[in-house]
Structure formats: structure tokens, C-alpha cells
Design a protein around this ligand. Structure first.
Ligand code: GTP
Ligand code: MG
Length: 198
């Protein structure tokens, strides 16, 4: 699938505020700073579309980007941002889960994991809750440009093996780089296939 048109439509904090045209949605979630916004920009070939930052906690709202007038990419705030204090953190959790649990158009969530690191408890706990709630998800290992191919492959394999300790089968998995564009065709191709089945 080619992205021919990508436009920011709306930010919201609760699902009843989201765009009203009810197109299918694919959303990106993951720890703060994992590269959600950068990946959206890479897929859409527009570095100004979603705001990115070296400082974690940049995205605090649910942001809807309409793609090809047919579907939405949704940029979610990061989970597990340690520096946020009690109330602010609770509110961010509320924003995230209100969207995940109540957006009827959400087709699939992609959980982004940093390809350099072992998954953290918070990632595994998040995926476990998705399982409990019956939310379909895939995994995208981000920042694939930051290591050589062998180290990258070994770390991805290690994380996949860890996922298989909790899950009977692997969800769809991708490796991406916002810097080189790696993973773009695979991820868009996959979304295109899923859209065809709707
Ligand atoms: P929050 O909105 O704070 O939750 O973060 P986010 O997950 O949206 O991360 P963002 O896209 O803002 O990226 C965080 C930092 O990582 C930025 O400095 C990006 O330039 C960098 N980054 C993201 N993806 C990649 C990548 O694939 N390769 C490299 N080298 N850097 C990346
Ligand atoms: Mg962001």
C-alpha cells in the first residue's frame, strides 16, 4: 500500500471526542520515547506530521491521522513514563485505556518495543492486559538502525522467545527504522491486507 495522503485531523483525551467519520483505526502504543511518532512520520514520508522529541513524554493526547481518506493511524501517549507524578500518570493511563477499550473502530494495536533492549515488565504487563481484554495486537521493534544486523537479529529473537513464554503463538512482528525506512513496506503491506478483510 502507498500512502498518497496523510493529514492530522484531531487530538483528543476521551474517545467520544475522536473524529466522527468512523474509519478503521490502527494505533501505535509503547513506552515513552520508543519511537511511535517517528514511525508514523516515516510511514507517511512526512517528518512534520507527528511531533517527535528526544525528551520522553512528548505525546500526551490521542492523535488521529487520516490516511488516503480511508483509514486512521493513531498516535497514543507512551505508557510507563517514570517522571510523571501520580495524578498526571493516572490521567495518561485513563486516556490510553479509554481509547483502547472503547474505540469501536480500532482494528489493531501495534505495540512498539525498542529493538536494542530486553522487554521490560511494563511491556509484558501491557501485552497481558491486551490479551485479557481481547484486543488484537502486533509488535514492531523500533530503532533497527542503531545496531548491526547480527546483534539486532539476536535481540529480536530473544524478545520473541520471551513473548512465547507467555503466549501460544507470536503476534505479527516487524522491525523498523524511522531513519532508514526499514519495515515501511512490510507494515503498510500488512495494514493493507487487514483492511481488505474488513
Ligand atoms: P513519546 O511521544 O514521548 O511517548 O515518544 P515517541 O514514542 O513518540 O518517540 P519519538 O518518535 O518522539 O522518538 C523519540 C526519540 O527517538 C527521538 O529523538 C527520535 O528521533 C528517536 N527515534 C525514533 N525512532 C528512531 C529510529 O528508528 N532510529 C533512530 N536512530 N532514532 C529514532
Ligand atoms: Mg510521540
Amino acid at each position: 500500500m502507498k500512502v498518497t495522503k496523510a493529514e492530522f485531523v484531531k487530538s483528543s483525551t476521551r474517545v467520544h471526542q475522536k473524529p466522527e467519520d468512523r474509519l478503521p483505526e490502527f494505533a501505535f502504543i509503547g513506552r515513552s520515547n520508543v519511537g511511535k511518532s517517528s514511525l508514523i512520520n516515516m510511514l507517511c514520508a512526512n517528518n512534520k506530521l507527528a511531533k517527535t522529541s528526544q525528551t520522553p513524554g512528548k505525546t500526551q493526547l490521542v492523535n488521529h491521522f487520516r490516511i488516503n481518506d480511508k483509514w486512521y493511524l493513531v498516535d497514543l501517549p507512551g505508557y510507563g513514563y517514570a517522571k510523571l507524578g501520580g495524578k498526571a500518570r493516572e490521567e495518561l493511563q485513563a486516556v490510553i485505556w479509554d481509547y483502547i477499550l472503547h474505540s469501536e473502530e480500532l482494528v489493531m494495536l501495534f505495540v512498539l518495543l525498542d529493538s536494542r533492549h530486553d522487554m521490560q515488565k511494563i511491556d509484558l504487563a501491557f501485552m497481558a492486559r491486551l490479551g485479557e481484554e481481547g484486543i488484537p495486537f502486533g509488535i514492531i521493534f523500533t530503532k533497527g538502525d542503531k545496531q548491526g544486523p547480527n546483534v539486532l537479529a539476536a535481540q529480536v529473537e530473544k524478545n520473541c522467545a520471551r513473548i512465547l513464554e507467555d503466549w501460544e503463538e507470536l503476534p505479527p512482528c516487524f522491525v523498523s527504522s524511522a531513519q532508514t525506512g526499514a519495515g515501511k513496506e512490510e507494515i503498510l503491506g500488512y495494514i493493507g491486507e487487514v483492511l481488505e478483510t474488513l
